[in-house]
Write a new protein. Sequence first.
Length: 73
Amino acid sequence: MSLTQRQSFEGRFERRIDLAQGRMSLIGNEKAFALVPWRRDLERLRGQSLVLEPKAKGLGWTFPGGRTRGISR
């Protein structure tokens, strides 16, 4: 799945996947999934819901507690 500038994606952090491009996080719901760059601080959120949102540089996510974090490359 590709996120456009105005889309967000809600799903649960399922697991980490090792690909040739690097480690990715599998975020999925009952209809779709997204692969995003894996970060160590995501690991503690395994099994929890996340909302992914495109940002100017990379991708941001919101998780329980209302804190917002970002993923950039």
